[in-house]
Structures are given as structure tokens and as C-alpha cells.
Design a protein around this ligand. Structure first.
Ligand SMILES: [Zn+2]
Length: 127
């Protein structure tokens, strides 16, 4: 299936009112890339997430503006780093899988849908 991988559906940054699901997805991805975040369920921007976005951008030669745009350079770099890490057997990060329905990142097992899409498909199935 050719589902386009994505992390955020709207821009996330320190002065933006961001979608909590996008913020959580970003925390999850940054943790998986080695930018530790103890509050992965927290759906709002805080100093830790701001610092992690800036660190990721600096480490990868991106403009450090602290903003992650859908389809932007920072998002693309995160996705490609995660995919490249999959080839590295010594990677000690927690695994990231991509939802087969919406293309978003999630934990769990390969080929699954993310929790949101799983819930949606179960609700549709009941109809
Ligand atoms: Zn999904």
C-alpha cells in the first residue's frame, strides 16, 4: 500500500496552537530518535519538546526554527532517519511503525493501524 508517511497534520511549534495528537506523535518520534521525552502523552508544547525539536534540527543541519511543518524539511528528515534506523541492527531505540491507514507513526507491532484508526475502523464495523 502506498500510504504517505507523516508525523504531523498541522504545524507544531512553540508559538502555535497545535493539535495535541500531532504534539504526541512528535514526542514519540523524537524519543525514538534518541531525544528523550518523559512526557510522551502530554499533548501541548513545553520546554522539553521545544528543546528536542531545536536539537534535532541543529543535529541534522536544518534551520533551527523550532517548528515542524507537515511535509516540511524537519518532518521529512525525521521520517528518513527513522527508516534508515530500521536497517541498523544495533539501534537501541524503541520501534516505530507506520499506520497502514493514515501513515502516522505508532508503537506496537508492524503493519498495524495507529490507535485512532483502529478505533475508527472498529466503530465503522459496528454500523
Ligand atoms: Zn492511523
Amino acid at each position: 500500500m502506498a500510504i504517505k508517511r507523516k508525523i504531523v497534520s498541522a504545524p507544531v511549534g512553540s508559538n502555535l496552537s497545535s493539535n495535541p495528537a500531532d504534539v504526541q506523535a512528535l514526542r514519540f518520534v523524537l524519543s525514538a530518535l534518541g531525544y528523550n521525552d518523559p512526557n510522551q502523552d502530554f499533548g501541548y508544547m513545553d520546554q522539553r519538546l521545544k528543546k528536542n525539536i531545536l536539537s534535532f534540527q541543529k543535529d541534522n543541519g536544518l534551520r533551527a526554527d523550532g517548528i515542524v511543518q507537515p511535509g516540511g524539511k524537519t518532518e521529512k528528515m525525521m521520517i528518513s532517519n527513522l527508516i534508515n534506523d530500521d536497517d541498523d541492527e544495533e539501534a537501541s531505540r524503541s520501534p516505530v511503525y507506520w499506520c497502514t491507514e493514515c501513515g502516522g507513526p505508532h508503537g506496537g507491532s508492524a503493519g498495524d493501524m495507529c490507535p485512532d484508526c483502529t478505533t475508527k475502523s472498529e466503530q465503522e464495523g459496528e454500523g
